[in-house]
Design a protein. Structure first.
Length: 419
């Protein structure tokens, strides 16, 4: 891991009327410049011409001098330049096949944000003042910045619920690898229990969306009855729905942060299953529950925290039959319907479905260090034979390697998870 770790610290703030008006104008100008530059680069691309960042910067200067776009001079120029840099990075990722073609920003659907570099803000004694503003922002410092840290960039945003946030990116010298420990854990993700560990511990699914489902449905019904358009009543109804969604996502994010931090601190190696969440949410019966569990967010948080603190995260192939494999003798059961939560193997061992799956995931992950095989996520091509298959062969020589069910990776696998 790099010695320098940059972290973004996000805080809520309450702007004055003048500050809110200035930021709203800045958001609109940033969106306008981004869309103009994207249109210019798209037209040039159809003519097989190349437009660089410097050329779009020159276009911005010309736009400011025109009578139609003279209002661009009323806001700070730094967020406008940062929007051009973001567009250039989007095209770089597109040509490198890491992302799709950039899309135009929408006034209603796109995220409202503006990024300020060091030349466009002043940070002194815990008071942040942005360019074109006389007073500092009224920030709620829910946690302190690292001692001696100085923000390199500041991003101001407003969510759909109308809340204002400021994100400060700075170097955190206190993020260091934790002392190595001799503890490994397999993690099986589910719906009734959010996590089941190979140690036998089960962590219940809080069901954050389920708790507010009635209130959310009521607010959405009221929104549906409002006349289409930008009327005041419809805006208020839409804001009520957004606040409920924000409350749900805040609770979910808080729970995932606490769980991932605890797992990373307590274990040296963490083994998870490589789930295709995008395909699983296509099942109408489980889409709501799978989305509320936020398995993809859990994995993302776990991986970057493990990288920070010197831990190892191993993703086992999604086709590995963790639930149908006996963790005691290695025998493979032919079928394992979802309603079967406890089963007995021919060797006499009785298994809890989820605990058994977590133990098998741990064994498959440890095969990485045992035989040097590659167990990795499907997003990248692992080198060598999958350790899951080697582990199965090593346990049960008379059995053939487990086959993939279905002929395509787009097949939605639900038999490994709870309903």
């Amino acid at each position: 891991m790099s010695d320098v770790v940059k972290r973004a610290f996000k805080y809520r703030f309450y702007p004055t009327d003048a500050q809110a008006a200035e930021l709203s104008r800045t958001f609109g100008c940033v969106r306008k410049v981004y869309n103009l530059a994207l249109a210019a680069r798209t037209q040039a691309w159809t003519r097989q011409e190349r437009v660089t960042y410097n050329q779009t910067s020159a276009m911005l200067t010309a736009w400011k001098k025109s009578e139609e776009l003279a209002y661009l001079n009323e806001v700070s120029s730094v967020p406008l330049q940062q929007a051009l840099r973001h567009l250039h990075m989007a095209f770089t990722n597109f040509f490198a096949k890491r992302a799709k073609y950039p899309k135009f920003k929408s006034r209603k659907r796109s995220r409202k944000s503006a990024e300020y570099s060091m030349s466009a803000f002043r940070f002194r004694e815990g008071r942040l003042t942005l360019a074109k503003m006389r007073e500092p922002l009224d920030i709620v410092w829910s946690r302190p910045l690292p001692a001696g840290a100085s923000p390199s960039t500041v991003t101001v945003s407003q969510d759909s619920a109308g809340r204002w946030f400021v994100s400060l990116v700075c170097v955190d010298a206190f993020v260091q690898p934790l002392p190595a420990i001799d503890r490994t854990v397999g993690i099986d993700l589910g719906l009734t229990h959010l996590l089941t560990l190979s140690t036998g511990e089960k962590i219940a699914n809080p069901g954050h969306e389920r708790r507010d489902r009635a209130a959310l449905a009521k607010a959405q019904r009221r929104l549906a009855k409002k006349a289409p358009g930008d009327g005041a009543n419809r805006v208020k109804a839409r804001r009520r729905v957004a606040k409920i969604h924000a409350r749900i996502s805040d609770r979910r994010r808080d729970t995932l942060h606490k769980l991932t931090t605890r797992l990373v601190r307590e274990n040296q190696t963490l083994v998870i299953e490589d789930l295709s969440v995008r395909n699983m949410v296509r099942n109408r019966s489980l889409a709501r529950a799978v989305s509320d569990a936020a398995w993809a967010d859990f994995r993302s948080l776990l991986e970057y925290k493990a990288h920070w603190y010197g831990r190892v995260v191993i993703a086992v192939d999604r086709w590995f039959p963790s639930s149908k494999l006996c963790s005691h003798c290695g025998a493979l059961k032919e079928r394992m319907p979802l309603h079967v939560r406890t089963w007995t193997c021919g060797c006499g061992a009785t298994h809890d479905r989820d605990v058994n799956a977590a133990k098998n995931l741990l064994a498959a992950g440890l095969a990485v260090t045992a035989c040097g095989a590659g167990v990795g996520p499907q997003r990248s091509t692992p080198g060598g034979q999958l350790a899951t298959k080697q582990e199965t062969l090593r346990r049960e020589p008379q059995e053939s390697p487990p086959r993939r069910r279905g002929g395509s990776q787009q097949t939605v696998l639900l038999y490994e998870h709870e309903t």
